[in-house]
Design a protein around this ligand. Sequence first.
Ligand SMILES: NC(=O)c1ccc[n+]([C@@H]2O[C@H](COP(=O)([O-])OP(=O)(O)OC[C@H]3O[C@@H](n4cnc5c(N)ncnc54)[C@H](O)[C@@H]3O)[C@@H](O)[C@H]2O)c1
Length: 317
Amino acid sequence: MSARLFARALLAPRALVPAHAPRALPAPRFLVGAHARWSSQVAHKARKEKFLHDFSMAGKVALVTGGARGLGNEFCRAFIRSGCTSLAIVDLKEDEATESAKALIAEACTGSDMDPADYSVIGIGCDVSSELSVQQAFRRVMDTYGRVDSVVASAGIVENYAAFDYPFDRIKRLYDINVHGAFFTAREAARNMIPQGGGAIVLVASMSANIVNIPQPQTPYNAAKAAVKHMAASLAVEWAKKGVRVNCLSPGYMLTKLTKTILAHDEELKRTWESLTPMGRMGEPEDLSGAIVFLASDASRFMTGSEIRVDGGYCCV
Ligand SMILES: NC(=O)c1ccc[n+]([C@@H]2O[C@H](COP(=O)([O-])OP(=O)(O)OC[C@H]3O[C@@H](n4cnc5c(N)ncnc54)[C@H](O)[C@@H]3O)[C@@H](O)[C@H]2O)c1
């Protein structure tokens, strides 16, 4: 390259891209005419056919607790986008679960060649803190689909009280939902999975299972999530030879109704959380899609009793 061309290349205007942005591949400007058409056909074909089939959720019956909104709802969406057509959304209020089911089907059919009749997504009302209610929800799923392959326990609550101020009835309620609810869900899932040859269970814990969040006080929540993480490992060992895998997914700070309620009157807290997260932002629910599909599908077939943290690097520092 001549010195003049080199200087011109150096001075050429560049797009302003933040340093942390993923680098885009250079546009293939040299492709013209027939070659360009061929290249885009090949890319299209590759997109359509070249993926690791183990990640597919096609043919699997999935059940997600807390699936009407927040992370649970995003897990449902991820399963549908990965080919699942039989799904039970389990949540406190049956009407909200049913509305979510309808919205999910409508979204799945928009701009695709799928028809609403291709999907069976049902909403089930259930309080996961009641074992009877969980058993009834699973009975409906078994009556409807005859099997259940992938189960996610996402229903959960958080509250911030200093230890001296935390009313005991509220602590008990938190454990009833976050710990006993996850246990009832996992146990009922395994009861139905073992006779059919196996399945995958994902318990949603939190980075709080590993670290102590600051500045907000939430000791019972953190202890509950540590319990869920160890519950996944313990159940995994109990059921390992029976074909049932149990793993846990631990998100960092994610933007959902749960956290938006806490942040509604505290912009400063959001800035604190972001500054404590190496990636400098809170997660979007969609940031968990890859991890949940991995854990719920055959892609993770030799993995059980493990935790995947998706926290923007929070627990590393
Ligand atoms: N949002 C975060 O930053 C974050 C981070 C780490 C872990 N988590 C965990 O992820 C899970 C989902 O959190 P989210 O942010 O989506 O919360 P969310 O409040 O947005 O949604 C929780 C869902 O669970 C349902 N639910 C609550 N109690 C229930 C019960 N007793 N029975 C059945 N359903 C019930 C709610 O109706 C709701 O649909 C929770 O276990 C939470 O602890 C969340």
